[in-house]
Design a protein around this ligand. Structure first.
Ligand code: HSO
Ligand code: ZN
Length: 446
């Protein structure tokens, strides 16, 4: 009711007037194309790149990215300075952001291996090693995303990955955005793969004549990229892992009467402009009709002043406002939704963090727009979407690292723990296991 023609406004629900089932249904993500349908498109592409290598890769790049002049799909480091010519203000912005991201991810390093003496003479340790070869997917599409190249590349560099390959679809003239080349140069990437989509994922997973195979593929992408990542990570012949399944971007903003309506609207819009499939949710805590109206008016006015207003309109169509009674209810619904980004524009926002159970990244208080995390604060913007914040972390230093454990016993240690080992081996009827301990403790078996 009261919707003007063309008014950009999210559907409003007052939770106390709805059944819990309705609210739960409202918080469902918009449904995606069926996995089978997507896989039907992606499968032949993967097979072609796997069997025909570079030739197939170049054909798809011509077809999908219109880059007809490309003769090699790979650009090797060192990258020619002419490929990364940028205005000084852009260089400065990248350098500042890069350094913040580097600092935050460097702080995630473990200072020393973990070591515990579980029994006298029984020492268990754990140490980490970088994944040797990583492929970082930087989407093309409606925006150039050098920030994503940083979010994936900087932790790879900090972790000490030996080979970093950045994949990104080329422009029709066969070139790659200079910002991405500059970031590739700064993180010490070995090469840039000039390809996108499922074909890029296949090339990274299996390798081609000119593309080197990697051990792990990270980075966001459309449904085809995600399906291809899922497929190759399940193919034992590829021997490759992935970061996490990716879906459209989303944000959930919790605002109370202390929030500035203009700020709230600007945060909702900054996520809505990513794509028509993005979803933004506003949880209004005990707002009066007037306060909520002020946010809605701001949203409409600010949206109409945006260059990407058409994309915003699409996203807002499947976005909602929930009016709730208090912050506890707000956090309960937020944890149920498990947003990629959670923005807290409420009184004592810092205190509310204790109630966060499921979220990719949290933005605390009115001076913390999500944009700062998208680009420059230092936190990673490659985050779990589509409710996967319930079980996945966002990209972090650990995403580029494996842990290896070790044990070391003395004779005394073996005497202490040996009895338990021998008894359990007996229960499992694995006699050779039992004897490997027994022979050391002086038992003779032949
Ligand atoms: N908000 C996006 C990341 C991004 N924003 C890149 C701007 N550029 C992740 O959900
Ligand atoms: Zn963003």
């Amino acid at each position: 009711a009261g919707l003007q023609a063309g008014r950009i406004q999210m559907k409003r629900y007052i939770t106390s007037e709805q059944s819990p089932q309705t609210i739960e249904a409202v918080l469902q993500r918009p449904s995606q194309k069926s996995g089978e349908q997507i896989m039907g498109i992606v499968r032949p592409i993967i097979d072609a790149v796997k069997s025909r290598g570079d030739a197939a890769l170049l054909e798809y790049t011509q077809k999908f990215d219109k880059a007809t002049s490309l003769s090699s799909p790979v650009l090797h480091a060192p990258f020619h300075p002419s490929l990364m010519q940028l205005p000084p203000e852009t260089i400065k912005a990248i350098d500042i952001s890069f350094e913040n991201i580097r600092k935050f991810h460097a702080a995630q390093k473990e200072d020393k291996p973990l070591s515990v003496e579980t029994m006298p003479g029984v020492v268990c340790s754990r140490f980490s090693r970088a994944i040797e070869r990583v492929g970082l997917y930087v989407p093309g599409g409606t925006a150039v995303l050098p920030s994503t190249a940083m979010m994936l590349g900087v932790p790879a560099m900090v972790a000490g990955c030996k080979k970093i390959v950045i994949a990104s679809p080329p422009r029709p003239d066969g070139s790659i955005t200079p910002e991405i080349v500059y970031v590739a140069h700064k993180v010490g990437a070995e090469s840039i793969l000039l390809a996108g989509g499922a074909q890029a994922v296949a090339a990274l997973a299996y390798g081609t004549e000119s593309v080197s195979k990697v051990d792990k593929i990270l980075g966001p992408g459309n449904q085809f990229v995600t399906a291809a990542k899922m497929f190759v990570s399940n193919d034992t012949s590829a021997g490759v892992s992935i970061d996490m399944p990716a879906g459209p971007s989303e944000v959930l903003v919790i605002a109370d009467a202390s929030a500035n309506p203009a700020f709230v609207a600007s945060d909702l819009l900054s996520q809505a402009e990513h794509g028509v499939d993005s979803q933004v949710i506003l949880i209004a805590v005990d707002l009066t009709q007037g306060q909520l109206g002020a946010i809605e008016d701001e949203l409409h006015a600010q949206a109409n002043a945006l260059p990407r207003v058409d994309i915003v309109r699409g996203a807002i169509e499947h976005s909602v406002t929930l009016v709730v009674k208090d912050i506890v209810e707000a956090m309960r619904l937020s944890n149920l939704y498990a947003p990629e980004h959670l923005i807290l524009q409420v009184q004592n926002a810092e205190g509310v963090v204790a109630l966060v159970e499921n979220a990719g990244s949290v933005f605390i208080g009115e001076w913390t727009p999500e944009s700062v995390g998208d680009y420059s604060a230092g936190v990673n913007h490659s985050l779990p979407t589509y409710g996967y914040a319930k079980q996945y972390s966002g990209v972090n230093l650990g995403s580029y690292i494996k842990h290896i454990t070790s044990s070391q016993l003395t004779l005394e240690g073996l005497r202490n723990v040996g009895g338990a080992v021998m008894q359990l081996a007996k229960v499992e009827e694995l006699e050779a296991h039992r004897r490997a301990v027994g022979i050391r403790l002086g038992e003779l078996y032949y």
